[in-house]
Design a protein. Structure first.
Length: 103
């Protein structure tokens, strides 16, 4: 029997990061904005389907990192039972680790 996808919750700042990144691309190129939205949706779907698939982040066994396929962003999250908690939607080359104090 297939596993039921997990429920996804966003830290308020992670939700804002998602919106800001989408807005950044929308101002520059509508196609890029749609591609970004598709990339995050695909990443969220994959995480919800198989939360343990992504690698643990550094030495934190609780936090996992899923890298976007086409954009320089990563999704940092924790997984518990049937719930995914997105800690950050972070650009891979800007302010590394700024989100680490979030819970």
């Amino acid at each position: 029997m297939p596993k039921t996808p997990a429920h996804i919750l966003f830290h308020p700042e992670a939700a804002l990061e998602d919106k800001e990144a989408a807005a950044f691309y929308a101002v520059r190129n509508k196609v890029a904005a749609l591609a970004f939205k598709f990339d995050i949706a695909r990443t969220l779907f994959e995480v919800a389907k198989e939360p343990e698939r992504a690698a643990c982040f550094e030495d934190s066994p609780r936090i996992r990192r899923s890298v976007f396929r086409h954009f320089p962003f990563s999704l940092f999250y924790t997984a518990k039972a049937e719930q995914i908690f997105v800690i950050a939607v972070a650009h891979d080359r800007r302010r590394p680790g700024y989100w680490k104090r979030r819970r």
